[in-house]
Design a binder for this molecule. Structure first.
Ligand code: ATP
Length: 456
């Protein structure tokens, strides 16, 4: 049996769920869509923001040796000459003479068009950078590029960050932002887009300590994914051979994930040596180096770069979280998202639309929404509402029933095992807080008890 055969998720099911529930829509759909661009809907934007926040927390907030940056997308055109992108950021392109479809020749097997079997042109190199113009004149002098990676914004700011923060090596700079690539072959939903987001760290180290830091970052990054719920067996490390390395890299390891279409790159970790800083020093004429107080020498640090895709991470988290199980005559679809990633943390569900339940339910809703993304929902039967929140990955539902008006307690129902506990309203916020932070559901707050449907 293949690795995929035991999984319940397929790309079609996921694309359909994302559309139906408001995670991800094709861009400009009413006009027929815009190739390889996607829009994040009301739930998608929450998930994506949570992915970025978790990454920032892990690589900036919780570390002493990291700072953040947010550089502009449009940069001086010399940046891309220095980085090698103007000359070298290209893929081999072939056209089908019959159906006119374009392909990356290194991505297709055989010498004929994979779509119609037609003859293909000779490969020619196609630069993936999008060009645009600044100012009112559309001449060659005004050409700028939409950045194809966020990394260069960090390198050109190395001196600014160093002098304003007085960092000592090793230290790193983190950035999240949009990048643009005019990809030849797209597809696989949000896996390969023309406009996407990256989360990149450039970690500057003393030359000689680079390979050790490289290995440390590979481990750190794998741990980040598994801490947020990705199964370790769905991740693998692939080391680039010497002949596959990018022009700037000494070593590179990809973290691959078992997507529905097969193993594919989720994140790349590269040892970029001192290539970029030296290139920018050469092209700008500025001294870009680090003064080592101990040795009294100027050195150009080596750089370790963990470069992750926000969108590919979102896709991996969704794929890994997707589950189906039999539920009476139906199938229960549940997104087992880590609570830190779940778009809606808690759903507030009055048992019915009866007016008597309204004031208390609204009161609870208004209190909790200050802490987390919370939704209030009183439409349809309670069972249907539970299923809806299972399908969008909401970890907890709080049900207010008629007993609540008497005993000042409500029911919390958890998504994964569908167990329920009854807790005093006074303990509700602290209980949810603890559960969202990973406390076992069975641990009861003062005055709490197991409730109907609780499975021992
Ligand atoms: P690939 O081989 O899949 O084209 P790459 O090796 O060119 O990717 P990098 O340049 O290493 O990618 O970019 C770092 C990360 O940015 C990738 O691991 C991926 O997560 C993300 N990324 C790159 N290109 C795209 C894209 N077109 N759409 C979505 N994410 C992307």
């Amino acid at each position: 049996m293949t690795e995929q055969a035991t999984r319940k998720v397929t790309m079609d099911k996921l694309v359909s769920l994302c559309k139906r529930r408001g995670y991800i829509f094709p861009s400009s759909e009413i006009y027929g869509g815009m190739g390889a661009c996607y829009d994040y809907g009301p739930l998608g934007v929450e998930l994506k923001n949570n992915v970025k926040a978790c990454w920032w927390r892990s690589v900036v907030q919780e570390r002493d040796d990291m700072v953040g940056l947010d550089a502009s997308i449009l940069m001086h055109p010399q940046t891309w000459v220095a980085s090698g992108h103007v000359d070298g950021f290209a893929d081999p392109l072939v056209d089908c003479k019959q159906c006119r479809k374009r392909w990356r020749s290194d991505n297709i097997a055989g010498e004929k068009c994979p779509e119609c079997g037609g003859d293909l042109t000779e490969p020619r190199m196609f630069n993936l950078m999008f060009k645009t113009h600044v100012g009112a004149v559309e001449d060659e002098a005004a050409v700028v590029y939409l950045r194809p990676e966020t990394a260069q914004g960090i390198f050109v700011n190395f001196e600014n960050v160093l002098s304003s923060t007085r960092r000592k090596l090793p230290f790193g700079i983190a950035q999240i932002g949009k990048a643009f690539r005019n990809e030849i072959t797209t597809g696989n939903f949000i896996f390969r887009m023309r406009e996407f987001e990256q989360m990149e760290v450039e970690y500057f180290v003393v030359p000689g300590s680079d390979e050790e830091w490289f290995r440390t970052w590979v481990d750190e990054r794998v741990k980040w994914y598994t801490d947020l719920g990705i199964s370790r067996e769905n991740l693998r490390l692939v080391q680039h051979g010497v002949d596959e390395l990018a022009h700037y890299a000494k070593s590179c390891t990809d973290i691959e994930y078992l997507f529905p279409m097969g193993w594919s790159e989720l994140e790349g970790i590269a040892n970029r040596t001192d290539f970029d800083l030296k290139q920018h020093a050469g092209h700008s004429g500025k001294d870009i180096s680090y003064y080592d107080e101990d040795t009294k020498e100027h050195i150009v640090p080596y750089v370790i770069e963990p470069s992750a895709g926000v969108d590919r991470s979102v896709l991996a988290f969704l794929v890994d979280a997707y589950d189906e199980e039999p539920d009476k005559d139906e199938i229960r679809v549940v997104l087992r998202l880590h609570p830190d990633l779940a778009p809606v943390k808690v759903a507030i569900l009055p048992l019915s639309r009866n007016e008597k339940l309204l004031p208390l339910s609204q009161d609870i809703y208004n209190n909790l929404r200050r802490c987390w993304m919370v939704q209030y929902d009183n439409a349809q039967s309670i069972g249907r509402r539970y299923r809806r929140y299972d399908e969008i990955g909401t970890p907890f539902c709080v049900t207010i029933d008629f007993d609540s008006l008497e005993d000042n307690a409500v029911t919390i129902r958890e998504r994964d095992g569908m167990k329920q506990i009854r807790v005093p309203i006074a303990e509700l916020k602290a209980t949810l807080d603890a559960k969202l932070c990973g406390q076992p559901f069975e641990v009861l707050p003062p005055g709490g008890k197991k409730w109907l449907g609780f499975e021992e």
